[in-house]
Design a protein around this ligand. Structure first.
Ligand code: GUN
Length: 280
């Protein structure tokens, strides 16, 4: 069975458009983009395209890849203090000479519609999901909701390598009363965990890492990691052999970004209501 990112995103956009059309004023999203990475540019094109489709205004502030950290911080400071700008994002990844954590934490937590700021991430740790939640983890949870996959009682293994996604998804699953095991590339005997999991959420960026023999017969696989070698894309999970065994799995070639973008626009809509009330 295929767990289709695109089908879920389509439903989110339909609902979002209906809600936004009822508003008297259009919400708006502001974006800082450093032109250093083709995937960031692709992401931003998608954010812009779908924002237009659901009636969200979009404004881009562009910087070239040699931008200095201090110049970005200066721009962030201006946006933080500009009352006409309600929320914005800085597209990641940034060039290596810029410290991502410094940038993320210099965004006002009140204007952080990605929900990346340490203060906002911390809210999730203390079970507070009453404002916003970060986009990729929320998108993954939408998959479970859409396909009626109950999370209580489930053993969920998160195999991850980056900070901004795996810690929040693990905490959000804990908040849903799942039993969560967090593994990484250095976990000993990782197949012991994946084989006994009801759900594996995978973003290790290791080509063909998750073979059928490393999972149980009913294990659900959410595959987020991919690697490009010689223009060919390799996924972390061996999609076809897992699908042929009838395990539910997210599809190639579509990636989680389809839902990340949808959830960002949903956050923008939610923030439109919350902004005046957020107290941090
Ligand atoms: N790069 C990859 N995913 C994301 C995201 O959700 N937000 C931002 N700002 N950058 C990203």
């Amino acid at each position: 069975m295929i767990l289709d990112w695109k089908e879920v995103a389509k439903k989110i956009y339909e609902e979002l458009k209906k809600d936004i059309l009822k508003l008297e004023k259009k919400p708006k999203l502001w974006v800082i983009l450093v032109w250093n990475n083709p995937s960031s540019i692709r992401y931003i094109n998608q954010k812009q395209k779908y924002a237009k489709e659901v009636w969200i205004d979009f404004e881009l502030f562009s910087f070239d890849e040699n931008v200095l950290e201090k110049d970005l911080l200066e721009k962030i400071n201006i946006l933080n203090n500009d009352e006409s700008i309600s929320w914005y994002i800085v597209q990641l990844p940034l060039p290596r000479h810029i410290d991502e954590k410094t940038i993320i934490n210099s965004i006002s937590p009140k204007k952080d519609v990605d929900w990346f700021h340490t203060i906002n991430q911390w809210k999730i740790v203390i079970w507070d999901e009453s404002w916003l939640t970060p986009c990729t983890p929320s998108g993954i949870l939408e998959i479970f909701k859409y396909y009626n996959i109950d999370l209580i009682w489930k053993n969920i293994v998160v195999v991850w390598r980056s900070n901004i996604v795996w810690k929040p998804i693990a905490n959000m699953l804990i908040n849903k009363q799942s039993t969560v095991t967090i593994c990484n590339s250095k976990t000993k005997n990782i197949e012991f965990f994946t084989k006994n999991a009801d759900i594996v959420i995978l973003a290790l960026w290791k080509p063909n890492f998750l073979t059928l023999d490393k999972i149980g017969d009913n294990t659900i696989v959410i595959d987020v990691g991919f690697t490009v070698i010689d223009w060919k894309i390799y996924w972390d999970a061996c999609f076809w052999e897992i699908l042929q065994n009838w395990n539910p799995i997210t599809p190639v070639p579509w990636w989680v970004w389809v839902l990340t973008v949808a959830m960002l626009l949903k956050n923008t809509y939610k923030a439109f209501f919350y902004n005046s009330q957020i107290e941090i």
